[in-house]
Design a protein around this ligand. Structure first.
Ligand SMILES: Nc1ncnc2c1ncn2[C@@H]1O[C@H](COP(=O)(O)OP(=O)(O)OP(=O)(O)O)[C@@H](O)[C@H]1O
Length: 836
């Protein structure tokens, strides 16, 4: 056999042995892991059993137990289990010893390469918990020959608490232990502070003067009076004119006014006499979230017809049920769920928001008057209607008309101006027909609009329980439903409206929703504010939530040139995210992050957790006017492609004209919000239909999501509220810088390496070169991460590496090519450089 063949054979044998060793290594760790897990389970059973059998197993002399087969133990896990549990519970930590098997279990899982929890943090928490709770139990219930042999805290708890009491007295020990317990609880869950504050508040309340007893009696009286009224009204002698009505009720107020309309309960709806009524008169109903002006026995009943005697028009009440509010626990658990990257981060508490309580209510007089006007106007044009139903929203009431058979819809639609004139109100909108319903809608503004507070939206169960990726609470619909949508699904948003109609408040509502729901590690905001005033408040959260391009002073971008750079940088980020998705073989950011979180993607291969990026541009018109295509092109690219990789755009403009909202932009923004605009043409530009010109302003808006058009009253969030939220976030520990987007080098300016002086190399140059060659990856972020240095320094090193011929030139979204293939050649090159 030739020497060459011999060597190859030897190498093959070596390789095989190594492979076998590796294989054995894997088997070995598996066996060890399983053993630890089984032992943990055994120990857990032994300890649990000890809690029940300790008394009978107490009296043994342990040496004899093992040597004599005559002695038997009661513990379910036999002598060994009894021995261990006695050592851990009685001689050790008492009740708290139950934590020890869990520690072992965690270690076992780690050996098996499962990582259900962060090992070090959980171990620290468990060990400290065991020690502390054992002392607390020892202090409270420890006694020699007590339960478990030496009390609930075991010998450890008993003796340590005794020693402490001898040192600082019982009272001192009590306070020290209380203090330690509070610190421990806070370190586990920051909500503890909130609960402590709340408890103290409740205790303080107890000492405050008690409020006057609630006026239940008067309420009862009122109810009794109403009950009486019912009885009275049922007697034909009192109300001969409504004899035909099955059950008639009236509230005190109605009686006082001498109002004659009444409520008929649902059961009576099928009554034959009532059916006759329907034929003769127009059926009218109204839907309200506000307290109804008349008494209703079962508010959950959807429809309660009311008879108006004078006009013989039947009136029905549709009660919209109050939207469910999330329980306090839910709110808090949702709001305070810090993630590991910035584990101390606390989400802003809901209390920072103002509770705008308004007393404006739509009166029934207003509703009936409007109904009369609508019916009369239509009657003037010989349009017969079957019924009208009213639904009161915060600012607008929707009157839904069911036209009589044979009435042309277009006929009603054409009367828009006439109805508006007869109602003497601005902002009337006719929806003919209402999609999905066989009715025609007439939206009439309320005389006194109600304000929708951001607080009411954010604390609603709908928002708190929303499982959306980027939930935004925008306001309330006409039927008082909270309008919460997922920005990630929209996937971009165009906001337009004339000046002063509520755009900035709308943007603040979007941003506030996101800040309330997201952790800084999950969301980054790019803020563009050419007006320089609207978004400045958010600069306080720069190191938590903002993203910017390297070498910028201010994370809120006001300069057009910087906007162009940032948008292009976002395109680079988009391309690199697509590369990462491709490498990870996933289709979108959600799957990618799930895979990354479950540690199935290696950070050394460039993988990283991808936060959502929301780009907010407050005045888009200014940018398009000054930079035109330079702005439009990257925006269109991002809008077309960025959805899957978690970049979403929210663009606002007060000039909704076709030269600003171009066809390209429009085509890529299916979701649009229109606040009030001045002309129908503007409305068509934004929504492709009229309507926005008929809004009443102050947050009244139309939201179009492709096919649907919804009228929503925007939630109001005032500047001081935003300030409180940004202060709250800004005052917490943040990242060292804002999230850095990739560097964008405009064409023709990418020759930074040409100006590099290789005699003034960075002290980390050699190390960085070795890192790049070893990994065969020319990335600035790799250098940044490995050496924990800032982006600027890493960027300078990369320029030097390029000048030295170790890596290739900048190639946009791709990583630079590594020109040196092996470490030996690199060492030669470094030697040459050092000996120059
Ligand atoms: N949702 C709302 N509820 C109640 N009032 C509102 C609402 N939105 C806006 N307003 C009122 O309208 C005023 C103007 O709103 P905002 O500043 O948002 O308008 P804008 O469209 O951003 O104006 P500009 O384009 O000039 O900045 C607010 O100060 C507030 O009084």
């Amino acid at each position: 056999m030739s020497t060459k063949e011999k060597t190859t054979k030897k190498e093959t044998v070596k390789k095989d042995t190594k492979a076998a060793e590796n294989h054995m290594d894997g088997r070995y760790t598996f066996i060890v892991g399983i053993f630890i897990l089984f032992f943990a389970a055994y120990l857990l059973l032994a300890i649990i059993s000890y809690f029940f059998t300790w008394e009978s197993d107490q009296s043994f002399i342990w040496q004899k137990v093992f040597s004599s087969s005559l002695i038997s133990v009661d513990n379910w896990t036999g002598k060994v289990g009894a021995f261990f549990s006695n050592a851990l519970v009685n001689k050790g930590f008492g009740l708290s010893a139950i934590g020890i098997p869990f520690i072992l279990g965690l270690i076992g899982l780690r050996v098996l390469k499962f990582r259900p929890y962060p090992l070090r943090k959980t171990l620290r928490t468990l060990v400290l918990g065991i020690i502390l709770s054992s002392i607390v139990l020892g202090f409270a219930f420890g006694e020699a020959k007590g339960i478990f042999g030496s009390g609930l805290g075991g010998e450890h708890g008993y003796f340590v608490s005794k020693w402490m009491s001898a040192f600082i007295g019982k009272l001192g020990t009590f306070f020290v232990l209380l203090f330690a317990s509070i610190i421990y609880a806070i370190s586990i869950n920051r909500n503890t502070i909130f609960y402590i504050n709340r408890t103290m508040g409740m205790v303080a309340d107890l000492f405050r003067s008690k409020p006057k007893a609630p006026v239940t009696e008067s309420f009862d009286e009122e109810e009794a009076a109403e009950e009486e009224a019912v009885v009275r009204n049922e007697e034909p002698a009192h109300k001969p004119e409504v004899k035909d009505t099955p059950i008639v009720r009236a509230t005190e107020t109605e009686q006082a006014r001498g109002a004659t309309f009444t409520i008929v309960r649902d059961e009576e709806e099928g009554h034959p006499e009532e059916k006759e009524d329907v034929n003769e008169s127009v059926d009218f109903s109204y839907q309200s979230e506000v307290e109804p002006p008349f008494d209703i026995d079962e508010p959950s009943e959807p429809l309660t017809p009311i008879l108006l005697d004078d006009s013989k028009v039947k009136f029905m009440l549709e009660q919209t049920s109050e939207e469910k509010e999330a329980t306090e626990d839910l709110i808090n658990s949702e709001l305070y769920d810090p993630t590991l990257e910035l584990s101390s981060y606390q989400r802003p508490p809901i209390e920072l928001l103002e509770d705008y309580k308004s007393n404006f209510r739509v009166t029934e007089e207003e509703l009936i008057a409007n109904k009369e006007k609508i019916v009369n106007t239509l009657a003037n044009y010989k349009i017969q209607i079957d019924s009208i139903k009213a639904t009161t929203g915060p600012t607008v009431t929707l009157y839904e008309i069911v036209p009589a058979p044979g009435v042309k819809i277009s006929k009603i639609k054409n009367l828009e101006d006439d109805i508006a004139l007869s109602l003497a109100a601005l902002g009337i909108r006719i929806i003919a027909p209402i999609p999905g319903k066989g009715t025609i809608g007439i939206e009439v503004p309320n005389q006194k609009p109600d304000m929708v507070s951001m607080l009411s939206i954010l604390k609603s169960a709908k928002f708190q329980e929303a499982k959306f990726d980027l939930p935004i609470g925008l306001g309330k619909t006409i039927s008082n439903e909270n309008f919460v949508v997922d920005l990630a699904k929209m996937p971009h948003l165009l906001v337009a409206g004339a000046t002063g109609q509520g755009k900035s408040v709308g943007l603040n509502a979007i941003l506030t929703s996101l800040l309330y729901k997201k952790h800084p590690s999950e969301l980054k905001l790019v803020m563009v504010d050419p007006k320089k005033v609207e978004l400045t408040l958010y600069s306080k959260i720069e190191r938590h939530f903002l993203a910017m391009i390297p070498d910028t002073d201010d994370a809120i971008i006001t300069d057009t040139q910087k906007v162009i750079y940032t948008l292009n940088s976002l395109c680079i980020e988009m391309d690199s995210r697509y590369d990462l998705l491709k490498k990870a073989q996933v289709r979108n950011i959600k799957e990618y992050n799930e895979k990354f979180v479950s540690r199935r993607l290696n950070p050394n291969n460039g993988h990283r957790f991808l936060p959502y990026i929301v780009v907010v541009i407050d005045e888009f018109a200014d940018l398009i006017m000054t930079a035109g295509r330079e702005i439009e092109t990257p925006i269109a690219r991002l809008a077309q492609l960025a959805r899957a990789i978690g970049i979403h755009l929210v663009i606002a403009t007060q000039r909704p004209t076709t030269n600003i909202i171009t066809g390209v932009i429009k085509a890529n923004f299916p979701a649009r919000i229109a606040f009030r605009v001045t002309s129908m043409i503007d409305s068509r530009t934004i929504l492709d239909q009229p309507g926005a010109n008929q809004l009443i302003g102050r947050g009244d808006m139309l939201i179009s999501t492709g096919s649907d058009l919804t009228r929503v009253q925007c939630a109001f969030v005032d500047t001081p509220e935003v300030e409180r939220i940004t202060d709250f976030i800004g005052n917490q520990r943040g990242y060292s810088t804002a999230y850095l987007l990739p560097e964008y080098v405009p064409e023709g300016q990418g020759d930074a390496a040409a100006n590099v002086d290789l005699d003034k190399r960075d002290s980390l140059f050699d190390e960085a070169a070795r890192l790049i060659v070893q990994n065969q990856q020319g990335s600035t972020s790799l250098i940044q991460r490995k050496f924990s240095i800032g982006y600027n320094r890493a960027g300078r090193i990369v320029d030097q590496l390029e000048a030295a011929g170790i890596i290739g030139p900048f190639e946009g979204s791709k990583a630079r090519q590594v020109l040196i293939q092996d470490e030996l050649s690199l060492e030669h090159l470094l030697n040459d450089l050092n000996n120059r």
